[in-house]
Design a binder for this molecule. Sequence first.
Ligand code: 13P
Length: 253
Amino acid sequence: MAVRPYIVGNWKMHGTRSMLSEARAIDRAAERLIKVEVALAPPFTLIHATRKEAGLIGVGAQDCHAAEGGAHTGDISAAMLKDAGAGFVIVGHSERRADHGEKDADVKAKAESALAVGLSVIVCVGETEEQRDAGKAESVVARQLKGSLPTADGAADKVTVAYEPVWAIGTGRTPTTDDVSAMHRAIRKVLKDFYGDEAGAKVRILYGGSVKAENAAELLAADDVGGALVGGASLTAESFLGIIAVAAEMQEG
Ligand SMILES: O=C(CO)COP(=O)(O)O
């Protein structure tokens, strides 16, 4: 595992202000766990409050619009996220790709707009079950990466990749450690080809999809896993801190 694993909670469309107590509890405990970098991506409406309440962990958003501003009712620009206190934005989550028809080119445009205002980005990729069964998982992910990764100067320093097999999200099913290792090695190769050996070697690759405290050790032990992007199990401090504790223990062990 990476020198300092990165564990990110994606709250998706969950959470009203009553959930700020969870963010506070995560923040307080994360302070003690200096071996792990922790971040939360709450809904837009909670970014500002989470930033204020949780001063130590990273706070980010789950999406942004590619444009700087303009007549886009209901959308949020990267600059607005930054103004609200976000330090990063997740782009290309499979739920955005499925629910909003986002294509690789859209994901790339969003990532570029985030970098342009100084945000970091977590670029999500992952195959469907059908694609895996057809033996196409690695080629699908490689294609998504090449189409979605930002190319602005210095982009590699601000990018994290999250490998999230669509069939593992919210299902309780996870790939084998061998499958995660094989995919993360394949992703690393694409990153080196894309950004050059040196820059491509530094990009963190997270695993996401049904991560919980019980399976975190196994998933985080796979080759080149730099941390986890966690959905359901990040919604309470208790379950999220369980994963963070596993990651911290692995650093010590
Ligand atoms: O999509 C995910 C994180 O972005 C994973 O969600 P779950 O952890 O709920 O499977």
